[in-house]
Structures are given as structure tokens and as C-alpha cells.
Design a protein around this ligand. Structure first.
Ligand SMILES: Cc1cc2nc3c(=O)[nH]c(=O)nc-3n(C[C@H](O)[C@H](O)[C@H](O)COP(=O)(O)O)c2cc1C
Length: 391
């Protein structure tokens, strides 16, 4: 189940630390590569040598014990697919929820941008402590996966909530998350991004303020979920998947059309100019004595409408950016374009959309059913959009 996966286990100084020896074995049995990191305090409760023997790997504790000129908290982040913090003490939970990086484990959590599972374990009164609960909630609200402790007999001799959850729960959560991330394995997805560039002459052009960030977030999310991704963008992007750079709406129409009915989904996140310059000047236009000049524009092809009409097997997804009457306009637009889904966002808001790293969108299907995705990072919104399209 976990073949080719690297799991980074973080152990903090809870009495349940000894149980993690068995968790290491479970992951190893499933074919995973296991790396272990411990807080200095946890060394009082379980030995480094035990975990090194079980994981068959060096165990890391010290922040400044740097090998090969690369700090461990960065190199282990690169290597691991998921981080599992178990047991998570009240102390470590509270530190990471507040961005504190005072040892190797907390620094690593701070730098880790892939899924993190947190399995708290502590005395019942510590568990019920208002600040511990607030800090844990903060982590839950920010996409950390919490495996809540269970009720039972505790090492401190009392009965109550605080016991580390069953190792099976942590193990199953790990498998679920790693497989969930590959939900789109075998799917081919093409995503367009950026504002098209409509040239006037060799040095001038008409374009728009689209940053392409939402399209890139969708491409990144689809790639993380295991899809074969092609990004068709109006800007350079260095990505682990195929990127085709082009400029104009005409070029985009040609490029995108060839994928129609050959891939599972096309997402048109690019801001395609409605008009292009009618007569492109091969030579740089000279300044004249006239106070006004006229440049004639002609309509560009409506790529979304065209591919929607021509698609038999490819799901077509469009975007609409509106500055007023968002949902009314979106409902009219999805009918007019004939696409399967339309993502509507409000560009009148300064805190989301254009150039921002965050977005808040509505997704409409072709029966005008509407789902709202609240303000979140573009990458999280992208994951939600893909989940919805392929649900
Ligand atoms: C024997 C013993 C057991 C402990 N068990 C726990 C525990 O289960 N959960 C917890 O949050 N703290 C527990 N503590 C307290 C933590 O070890 C303490 O808060 C420590 O500072 C945590 O350090 P760390 O989070 O950097 O690993 C225990 C302390 C001792 C001495």
C-alpha cells in the first residue's frame, strides 16, 4: 500500500512515544521508507537507537547537526511524502500552531508543505486546557489532519480522554491521504492559464491583468493528485509536468482544440482576450503628428464555447470573472457556453482573484447547481474544484 512512499515520523516527548516503534514497523511492512525525527526531550522516553534499528535509517534530533551542507529540516522535507507527528505533546502542538521553530522537529513542520498528520496524546487536564484546544483547532483549520486521542486508562494513572489513538487509525489515515492525493491517476487534464497577448506590432500588445495563478494552482493540484497534466500558458513556468507557452487567443484555440476528445478534462482558466488587433503591423508603428490614432479590433474565437460544442468525451470547465451580479451572470454564461462546469469569481474584491494568492469561488454545473468554496489559498481551492469535477 505504501510502496515508494517516504514517511517522516516526528516524535515528541509524550509517554506514548514507545508505541511509535510499532508504527514504524507497520509502515515498513507496507513497503514505505521511514525517516524518524525526535525532539530532544523525547530521548528521555524512547531511545534513538531503537528507532534507528526499526526504521533502518539514521534518526535526527539536532537542528545544527548539518550534513552535506544542507540543513536536515529542509532535505527531509524534500524527501518525504507525508509527515506524521505522533505522539504530539501539548507543548509541540502549541509551538507549531504559533510558528515557533526552536528545534529540528518544529522547524521541519514549519517548512513542510505536504500533508501532516498530528496524533496528540496527553493527560486529560492538558487535553482540556483551553489554549491547547485553541492551538489544535488552529491546526485543524489549516489542513493539518488530526487523529484525536481516545478515552481510556492513562499512564498518569487516571481515566479520561488523552490516550494516543489506535496505531491503526494513524496508519489508515496515512494510506487514505497518500491515496487520496493520487485520486486522478490515469486522468489526462489540460489547463490553460494567463492573459492572452494580442500583438499590435513587434513591440506592443494588448493584454489583461490575469496573473495565471489560479490556472497554475489547478495544474499543480492535478499533478499532485496523480493526473497527467499539460499547462497551456501565456508565460514561462518551470514545472514537473508539460508546459506549452504561447501568446495569442488564436494560438491558444489551435493548441487547446487538438486535446478536445483526447483528454479527460480541459479547464479554461486563461483570460482570453475578446478582441485582437485587426491589422498587425510587421514594422514598429511610428509616432505621428496626430493626437489620436485608431486601432481596429476584431473578435477572437470563443474557445470555451467552441470546445464545449465539439466535445463528446472531454469534460469542459470554464471560468467567469464578474465584477457585479456574479451568480446571475454565471448562470447565463454556463448556458451560453455549454460547458460542463463554470467557476465564478468576483473580481471586484481586492482580497481575492487577480494576482492574489487566495480566491473564493462558486462552481456551477450545467443544471445550474451551485456550490460555494469559501476564501482559501488558490491551491486549496484548486483541490476542491478538482474533487468536485471528478467526484
Ligand atoms: C514521564 C513523562 C511523560 C510525559 N507525557 C506527556 C504526554 O503524554 N503528553 C504531553 O503533552 N506531555 C507529556 N509530558 C510533558 C512533556 O514531556 C513536556 O511538556 C516536554 O516539554 C515536551 O517536549 P517536546 O514537546 O519538545 O517533546 C511528559 C513528561 C514526562 C516527564
Amino acid at each position: 500500500m505504501l510502496k515508494d512512499k517516504t514517511i517522516l515520523i516526528g516524535i515528541s516527548a509524550g509517554i506514548a512515544a514507545y508505541k511509535i516503534c510499532e508504527l514504524v514497523r507497520m509502515y515498513k511492512r507496507a513497503g514505505a521508507k521511514v525517516r524518524v525525527m525526535m525532539t530532544p526531550n523525547s530521548l528521555h522516553l524512547v531511545t534513538k537507537l531503537t528507532l534507528e534499528s526499526l526504521s533502518q535509517n539514521e534518526v535526527f534530533v539536532e537542528n545544527f547537526d548539518i550534513k552535506e551542507y544542507k540543513p536536515e529540516h529542509i532535505s527531509l522535507c524534500d524527501e518525504a511524502d507525508i509527515m506524521v507527528l505522533a505522539p504530539a505533546t501539548a507543548n509541540t502542538i502549541s509551538k507549531i500552531a504559533n510558528g515557533i521553530c526552536d528545534n529540528l522537529l518544529t522547524s521541519t513542520v514549519c517548512a513542510f508543505n505536504k500533508p501532516i498528520i498530528i496524533a496528540p496524546a496527553m493527560n486529560t487536564n492538558m487535553w482540556n486546557n483551553k489554549f491547547v484546544q485553541e492551538n489544535l483547532q488552529k491546526l485543524a483549520d489549516n489542513n493539518y489532519h488530526i487523529c484525536n486521542p481516545e478515552c481510556g486508562f492513562l499512564a498518569c494513572g487516571t481515566e479520561g480522554v488523552g490516550r494516543l489513538c489506535e496505531l491503526d487509525t494513524i496508519y489508515n489515515k496515512t494510506v487514505e491521504i497518500l491515496n487520496e492525493n493520487k485520486k486522478l491517476a490515469g486522468k489526462k487534464i489540460v489547463i490553460s492559464a494567463g492573459g492572452t497577448v494580442e500583438k499590435i506590432d513587434p513591440v506592443r500588445y494588448i493584454s489583461n491583468f490575469s496573473s495565471g495563478k489560479m490556472g497554475v494552482a489547478l495544474a499543480d493540484a492535478a499533478y499532485q493528485m496523480g493526473a497527467e497534466v499539460t499547462l497551456v500558458s501565456t508565460f514561462e513556468a518551470k514545472k514537473p509536468y508539460k508546459v506549452t507557452k504561447l501568446q495569442s487567443a488564436i494560438e491558444m484555440e489551435k493548441e487547446i482544440s487538438q486535446y478536445n476528445n483526447n483528454v479527460d478534462c480541459i479547464i479554461m482558466a486563461a483570460a482570453v482576450a475578446d478582441y485582437r488587433v485587426k491589422d498587425y503591423s510587421e514594422q514598429k508603428m511610428k509616432k505621428t503628428s496626430d493626437d489620436e490614432i485608431e486601432i481596429k479590433l476584431v473578435k477572437n474565437p470563443d474557445i470555451l464555447k467552441k470546445i464545449s460544442a465539439e466535445s463528446n468525451t472531454t469534460k469542459i470547465v470554464g471560468f467567469c470573472a464578474e465584477s457585479e451580479n456574479l451568480l446571475e451572470n454565471a448562470k447565463i454564461k454556463i448556458k451560453n457556453k455549454g460547458c460542463d462546469y463554470l467557476i465564478a469569481n468576483d473580481i471586484s474584491r481586492k482580497d481575492i482573484g487577480f494576482s492574489s494568492d487566495e480566491n473564493e469561488v462558486y462552481i456551477l454545473d450545467n443544471n445550474c447547481n451551485i456550490e460555494h468554496f469559501e476564501k482559501d489559498s488558490k491551491i486549496n481551492i484548486a483541490h476542491k474544484i478538482l474533487e468536485k469535477i471528478f467526484e
